[in-house]
Design a protein around this ligand. Structure first.
Ligand code: GDP
Ligand code: MG
Length: 440
């Protein structure tokens, strides 16, 4: 319980600039979160280094703890790195605009081709033609044809015996003659990156001069993401990334890794097997997912919003003078409720989500906060200002008024006493204000 209150006090008093120690401690957490999110090691290293440089010495927003401040910087950095603006598929070129899909086998190229075709034809009213250049897998061309029928998009007639580049040329011609706006080329993948695959992609590119080359990658790709993105980008040259299976249990780390090594935007995300499960990419959402440690950022933001700076200053002054009555305690509890109560707070803190059940089992939940506020509001002004006068009969009256019992009231009074003592002892030590408070 004291830890909990200590945390709230910290919230009220954190200010000044971030020290190297603050940053180092917070970055350890961040590093772990990034690795857990499957961000490639080399990207984690360069990223945390950049954050360190930026964070040390940064001014701490009032009422936010240093660790949270670092996380906020990390989050903003993540969003910046992931591309703060959404980048759409670029159709600004003479028709037919060719879009080439590349990637490993099973990454979702064929599915994404059809999803994209559906989106472009239905939402953007483009006349779309799709062609499968996958002569490797026996039924690959039929797979695209069937999907094309499903989404009512034309596919290039299949002619047996043609190789990928021949099909590419035929597709370009058919698109031109047929008056298509967009041509989507679905290609063959391999289970891993190899030279024949890269050579084939480079040749198709040379033959069909695509305006967009989209690397389709599974969001579950872990440490390989860097190698994958780098190879395709260096050898073929990509214009954007599509991240598929974001609906799976991928943590989004691949997005960061691939973006970091190529600098190319993530343009779309695949969110399921259905044909309309294709969405625009929002960097902030993925950044949250990567941080995956509960939504620390919104805690920081909420704290900044709800804790009125003046109130905080007045409170700090009161604490330093060693005076802290039940009115102040009620204000603190109210503050906690505003921030989403215990449940909200716990969910927002790293590693705390798991403890939530234990906490509610122990009765330290929102009901407790409500009960505490009920008790305080059933007291008279004199009682709140001077809890020492609370003897048996007064407690009985308060218990009846707040629907609690004497034990609840005693617990609350004990908590208040502990906090008041803590503050007195701090004030006794010379009350260095913010700095002292943070050590609570
Ligand atoms: P390709 O080998 O790269 O052409 O991959 P496919 O397009 O054939 O996709 C392989 C499998 O992944 C298929 O079963 C798809 O339904 C599935 N798939 C593709 N994209 C997604 C996605 O975003 N979410 C989910 N859950 N499955 C997907
Ligand atoms: Mg395919």
């Amino acid at each position: 319980l004291q830890d909990r209150l200590g945390g709230i006090l910290n919230n009220l008093t954190g200010r000044g600039a971030l020290s190297e120690n603050d940053v180092a401690a917070a970055l350890r957490e961040v590093r772990r979160a990034l690795l857990e999110a499957d961000v490639a090691l080399e990207v984690v290293r360069s990223f945390t280094e950049r954050v360190r440089e930026q964070a040390v010495g940064a001014t701490i927003v009032k009422s936010v703890r240093p660790g949270q401040m670092v996380v906020k910087i990390v989050h903003d950095e993540l969003v910046a790195l992931l591309g703060s603006d959404q980048v759409a598929i670029d159709l600004n070129a003479p028709a037919p605009v060719t879009i080439m899909m590349v990637g490993l086998q099973g990454s979702g190229k064929t599915t994404t081709s059809a999803k994209l075709a559906k989106r472009l034809s239905e939402k953007q009213r483009r006349k779309v033609l799709m062609a499968s250049l996958d002569t490797r897998r026996p039924a690959a061309q039929q797979q695209l044809r069937i999907l094309g029928e499903q989404v009512s998009v034309a596919t290039l007639p299949i002619i047996a015996g043609q190789g990928p580049t021949e099909i590419a040329s035929r597709a370009a011609q058919a698109a031109k003659l047929g008056g298509y706006d967009v041509l989507i080329l679905d290609t063959a993948g391999r289970t891993h990156i190899d030279e024949p695959l890269m050579a084939e992609m480079a040749e198709i590119k040379a033959r069909s001069a695509p305006h967009e080359i989209l690397l389709v990658a599974d969001s579950l790709t872990g440490q390989d993401a860097v190698n994958l993105a780098r190879s395709f980008d260096e050898r073929v040259g990509i214009s954007g990334i599509v991240l598929t299976r974001i609906d799976g249990d991928g943590r989004g780390g691949a997005a960061l890794s691939m973006r970091a090594v190529t600098g190319k935007p993530i343009k779309l995300i695949g969110t399921g097997e259905k044909m309309d499960a294709l969405e625009d990419f929002f960097p902030a959402r993925i950044a949250d997912r990567i941080l995956g440690m509960g939504d620390i950022v919104s805690l920081v933001e909420r704290a900044a919003e709800t804790i009125d700076a003046e109130k905080a200053a007045a409170m700090a002054k009161k604490m330093q003078s060693g005076k802290f009555d039940l009115n102040d305690l009620a204000a603190q509890i109210g503050q906690m409720q505003k921030m989403g109560g215990m449940g909200g707070l716990m969910g927002l803190m790293p590693g705390m989500a798991k403890m939530k059940d234990q906490i509610s089992a122990a009765g330290l939940d929102d009901k407790l906060l409500k009960r505490q506020l009920a008790i305080i509001s059933s007291m008279t002004a004199a009682e709140r200002a001077n809890p020492d006068i609370l003897k048996h009969s007064r407690k009985k009256r308060i218990a009846a008024g707040s629907g609690t019992d004497a034990a609840d009231i005693n617990k609350l009074l004990k908590m208040h006493r502990q906090m008041a003592d803590m503050m007195k002892s701090m004030a006794g030590k010379g009350g260095k204000g913010g700095g002292m408070m943070q050590k609570l």
